[in-house]
Design a protein around this ligand. Structure first.
Ligand code: NI
Length: 141
């Protein structure tokens, strides 16, 4: 074994279903419809979201793990995916209230909650998948 410290990136996926609409209250309904299209539907629409949480670190020599994925799963579920699941992202979530619940804004809000909870590991990135063709990634910048 070399003495080189080997940094490993490890990812946990969690899922949640939620509703939202993209609607700027400063615009008219017609302006919203023109810009956001179907996403501005006032009765909302839903997605099956997938959240990928990647942490980085060095495997603990005692456990062989960067972080116990059972523990990471618990942190993500308790703080993010259980509170968001089957909710209306425009109305129900205190930490999203007042912001446009686009995947861009949701992912940065998730980062702000998860990042301080990572203990000995470092949060490297988040990926939030909204549809099979649309997703965002965030690296804390
Ligand atoms: Ni949408």
């Amino acid at each position: 074994m070399s003495g080189k410290q080997k940094i490993v990136y490890i990812t946990r996926r969690e899922r949640f279903n939620a509703a939202h609409k993209l609607y700027n209250p400063n615009w008219t309904e017609a302006e919203n419809e023109a810009f956001f299209g179907k996403c501005s539907n006032k009765f909302y629409h839903g997605h099956n979201f997938e959240l990928f949480v990647t942490i980085k670190g060095i495997a603990n020599p005692e456990t062989g793990m960067v972080m116990d994925l059972k523990k990471l799963k618990k942190v993500i579920k308790e703080n993010i995916t259980d509170p968001l699941d089957h909710r209306n992202l425009n109305e129900d979530i205190p930490w999203l209230k007042g912001s446009m619940p686009s995947i861009e804004n949701i992912i940065t809000a998730i980062w702000d909650i998860l990042e301080p909870l990572m203990e000995n590991s470092k949060l490297h990135s988040l990926k939030l998948v909204e549809t099979e063709n649309n997703f965002v990634e965030y690296f804390g910048e």
